[in-house]
Design a protein around this ligand. Structure first.
Ligand SMILES: Nc1ncnc2c1ncn2[C@@H]1O[C@H](COP(=O)(O)OP(=O)(O)OP(=O)(O)O)[C@@H](O)[C@H]1O
Ligand SMILES: [Mg+2]
Length: 410
């Protein structure tokens, strides 16, 4: 009699936790961890080769290398250095014992802390308290001698250390072999964002050898798409995503050229897609999933729907046609636009504008970053089609606003 509608607390608990581990979309969560190191760097063969060329003598007993890697945020500098150290150790495994230490100088921002970190990595039990810089460096030298291994030190975000402690440690490390019989004990890779290069400037780079300076470029939309593709292939359930949806995500991240952003957007889309799953939903990333606001989203992007309020009413009709299709599909062709525009004109009982005018509107939408266009060669080779997409707005929201504005006009 008390049992009507009553469930054991454990059932209730189990219910809201049902989703955990369900993994309808997400197969390997670790692929989206912030410190995940990809098996392969995609689309960066040129910089990888350039970096390897600075270490051309590393196989030889006395060989060592130096490199300074700079580039904008999220351009893959850290991943480049990490994968290089990992790969070179394997590559030379039967020629020379290579060890590497990757220190992020944001967390270890004085030269003392940096050397302590290096020692700690090489000899976890090594006491470092109370030791002077000279003593720490001597220990480092001793350990490397004893192990007869070559050490690659990566100082990531090195500008933090340079600002606090100057560049003295760099020279100490580069001179680690002095007064010894050996040579080539240590290689050094410095990594920094380009914007903070001032501290690194001239002195450091020239000491490291200006030919050893590798500049990494921001990612293009194709590069971002390839990275999204790699993460989706490794991290998601087969069949839950399409290349079109990844393209749209890449287009959304493109203004930043930042690989971290495209991965974040993909991850957020996956979370949102998992969240909305029930028995009836399609187990696939959809357009609406990619418009979840990110915590670190610049306020100017994404939700500023008023951006379209000053369009003239004919342009609004064209844009409405676009929005309606792009609510369901990731992209559409200019041919689709004309067809759907005709339908919208009929609905609002307006005369259609000419082909040229419609084309002018589309150009204008693109300039205002309401849409993005991409020219693709049709499979089979004949002709080229322009694909339009809307990476920075949720088409459904824009459509509602247009409908509201158009109601006032007609
Ligand atoms: N070519 C690539 N292939 C696969 N993954 C990549 C590639 N480039 C970057 N990534 C991934 O993108 C994310 C950002 O890259 P990374 O941390 O190397 O950027 P960064 O240039 O060091 O950025 P910051 O300036 O903020 O330190 C990482 O998760 C990294 O694994
Ligand atoms: Mg980095």
């Amino acid at each position: 009699m008390f049992n009507n509608g009553w469930r054991k607390p454990s059932d209730v608990m189990a219910n809201y936790l049902d989703r955990i581990g369900a993994g309808w979309i997400l197969a390997n969560p670790e692929v989206f961890d912030f410190d995940y190191i990809p098996q392969e760097m995609v689309g960066r063969e040129d910089v990888q080769k350039e970096l390897a060329s600075k270490f051309a003598t590393l196989h030889a007993p006395e060989g060592a290398g130096r490199a300074v890697i700079t580039g904008p945020v999220g351009s893959g500098k850290t991943a480049l250095a990490r994968t290089f150290c990992r790969d070179i150790q394997r590559h030379l495994s039967n020629k020379r014992k290579i060890r590497s230490v990757h220190v992020n100088c944001r967390n270890a921002s004085t030269s003392m802390r940096v050397v302590q970190r290096i020692l700690h990595e090489l000899a976890p039990g090594h006491p470092d308290r109370g030791l002077s810089m000279g003593e720490l460096l001597m220990s480092l030298r001793r350990i490397l001698r004893k192990e007869t291994s070559h050490l690659i030190v990566v100082l990531d975000e090195v500008d933090h250390m340079l600002r606090r402690s100057g560049d003295d440690l760099l020279y100490q490390l580069l001179r680690i072999d002095e007064d010894q019989n050996g040579k080539g004990t240590l290689s050094l890779i410095l990594v920094s964002q380009e914007q903070v290069l001032d501290v690194l400037e001239t002195a450091v780079i020239s000491r490291m050898g200006s030919t050893n300076h590798i500049r990494v470029k921001p990612y293009t939309v194709e590069g971002l798409e390839a990275i999204a593709n790699q993460r989706a292939t490794q991290g998601l359930v087969h069949g839950t995503w399409t290349t079109e949806i990844l393209r749209l995500i890449a287009e959304k991240a493109a203004p930043t050229g930042d690989a971290r952003r495209v991965i974040e957007l993909l991850n957020a889309a996956v979370e949102r897609c998992e969240f909305r799953q029930d028995e009836h939903s399609e187990r696939r990333l959809a357009v609406e999933d990619i418009h979840v606001p990110l915590n670190n989203e610049p306020a100017s992007q994404g939700s500023n729907l008023e951006h379209i309020d000053d369009l003239n009413s004919n342009a609004m009709l064209v844009l409405l046609a676009l929005c309606r299709r792009l609510t369901k599909e990731e992209s559409m062709t200019t041919g689709d636009v004309e067809q759907l525009y005709a339908v919208v004109c009929e609905e609002y009982e307006q005369k259609m504008k000419s082909h040229t005018t419609v084309w002018k509107y589309l150009k204008n939408f693109e300039e205002r970053q309401i849409i993005t266009s991409r020219v693709a060669t049709i499979t089979g080779g004949r002709g080229r089609t322009t694909h339009l997409s809307m990476p920075h707005y949720l088409p459904k929201d824009l459509a509602s606003r247009l409908e509201m504005l158009l109601r006032k006009k007609f």
